[in-house]
Design a protein. Sequence first.
Length: 238
Amino acid sequence: MTILDLKKITLTLSRTGNPVLNQIDYEIRQGDFVILLGSNGSGKSSLLKLLYRQYQPDAGTITFLNKPLLQYQAKEFSNKVAVLTQNCAESLFSSLTVYENYLLVKKRGHEDRDFFREYIADYNPNLANKLDHTMEQLSGGEKQTLALALRLLQPPALLLLDEHTSALDPKTSGQIMQLTQNMVERHCITCILTTHNLDIALRYGNRILMLREGKIFKKFDEQDKPLLSKEKLAANYY
């Protein structure tokens, strides 16, 4: 089942009139874990921002679940699409506790403190003992884990991740990535992740889309993965 269909997408942001995205055609299936690769200025973050509607294309169409992306009302869109960036402070209130941040996004029937303690323990047992800690008392990894858990409280159809582990140390980044993959597979969530990390691309993505100067440069699908190596990706990346 196709969940996202991008046809001839063009986006121009600069005064020069040069497109940051140019004639992007790509189809994403339900359950795909798509990695967007590209150097700075390649257009990968701009493409992700189109998908969570921070930008609107100058030309082309984006269809999400058989409906034009821009036709979704805000509430319906937020129920179906979740976004997490490298700066978790954008989605968490630093002056509030772990539990108070949860109360802001809880769903009907999930008001119980014990429910949340069990829920967050599935992501990180330490957080279950820190429900009354404020964000300043958490580590960077704990904040990213909390942000991810709150985004998935009601599993979305589409999860958009913009380098959500890039600000973390390698060990913590690996833990968050493994947790992300586990939750995506458990709930059959379609996921799109931007990264510069070739190891992450090889380990977690079942499809890899490489952008260069706003255009699709290379596409690797599931059948290509057994033949891919970090050296082969690097040869196309740089």
